[in-house]
Ligand binder design. Structure first.
Ligand SMILES: *Cc1c(COP(=O)(O)O)cnc(C)c1O
Length: 339
């Protein structure tokens, strides 16, 4: 592999800026397992306030955040409904099943990334000893970079209410979703009992997520965080980066969205690529396998990296991708198709 100079693999690849590092260096800290870290406490209060929820908890990763939410909502032998490609079902190494004895009920996605309301409703089990107890519906927004509309989330929330189920939002890229939908983050999470938000993606912090929600659930999740080894000590150093990100890196997500759009337009000029116009910061470009493989090699040789597999490429824009990276990528793809 050549040195990567234009890294579109994910918005997790960002490095903390000088300003963010300075904020980390200056952070006041204490032992967060004792509840003594003032910077972590500030971050948790601030996010809870922004989202109009009772409580928040800083966690080392989005995967742990989702796991703790599932554990807080569900007991052993319970079941949660999630999309077939949802992160909390498909991309977390089976954690809920392995560590919580919680059974997933995956649902196929529609072309627009949603789960059909009827499919969700039909998957909810009656109270019968044959079945696992359905306890929770988990949504993800953005999903594959797509912003799922408020009307859809409300419709799912109505189903959850009707059946007395909990509702969790994997809002790893929730700020991107809120921006694309022109709503604030509190509105995005309004109907949910718990919401997980990544700090280490588009927001550009080096580590961490927050789980936000009803006090009772966050309290349970806090015990599970200790159980799985996620209780950190002077984590104010990390929380300081997150606070810095909330001050400096939320509004600028609009730049990532604009650059993703520009990239998509550039890629879409080639009929060999089937490009989905992005809602947010993720561009999907499909190609025939052979073309895709050769294109990947060509771009790699030029220090351009992206995610996804052969056949379907995922280009993610983020704080360390500037206009020059976009133009560079577009012209590299142009060159490939000209030769
Ligand atoms: C990245 C991501 C996570 C997990 O975050 P990690 O910090 O990488 O564990 C969860 N859900 C979604 C939708 C994500 O994109």
């Amino acid at each position: 592999m050549n040195t990567i100079r234009h890294d579109f693999r994910s918005d997790t690849v960002t490095r903390p800026s000088d300003g963010m590092r300075a904020a980390m260096a200056e952070a006041e800290v204490g032992d967060d397992v004792y509840g003594d870290d003032p910077t972590v406490n500030l971050l948790e209060q601030r996010i809870a306030g922004m989202m109009d929820k009772e409580a928040a908890m800083f966690v080392p990763s989005g995967t742990m955040s989702n796991l703790l939410a599932l554990l807080a909502h569900c007991e052993r032998g319970d079941e949660y409904i999630a999309g077939q490609d949802a992160h909390c079902y498909a991309h977390e190494a089976g954690g809920a099943a392995v560590l919580g004895s919680i059974q997933p009920q995956p649902i196929a996605h529609q072309a627009d990334g949603t789960m059909a309301i009827d499919d969700i409703e039909n998957a909810i089990k009656p109270d019968d000893s044959h079945y696992a107890r359905t306890r929770l519906i988990a949504l993800e927004n953005t999903f594959g970079g797509r912003a799922l509309p408020m009307g859809y989330m409300d419709a799912v929330a109505d189903v959850a209410d009707r059946h007395g189920l909990g509702l969790h939002l994997d809002g790893a890229r929730g700020f991107n979703a809120a921006l694309a939908l022109s709503i604030d983050i509190a509105t995005l999470g309004k109907r949910f009992d718990t919401v997980s938000i990544c700090l280490s993606k588009g927001l550009g912090a080096p580590v961490g997520s927050v789980l936000v929600g009803r006090g009772e659930l966050i309290g349970k999740a806090r015990r599970y965080r200790k159980m799985v080894g996620g209780g950190l000590r002077q984590s104010g150093i990390l929380a300081a980066a997150a606070l810095y990100a909330l001050d400096h890196n939320v509004e600028r997500l609009a730049d990532d969205h604009k650059r993703a759009k520009r990239l998509a337009e550039g890629l879409a000029r080639h009929p060999q690529l089937s490009v989905t116009m992005p809602d947010t910061n993720i561009v999907w470009a499909k190609a025939e396998r052979e073309v895709s493989g050769a294109l990947t090699e060509h771009l790699e040789s030029m220090g351009i990296a992206f995610g996804g597999g052969y056949g379907e490429h995922r280009w993610v824009t983020h704080i360390d991708i500037g206009d020059d990276d976009i133009e560079n990528a577009i012209s590299a793809v142009d060159t490939f198709f000209k030769d």
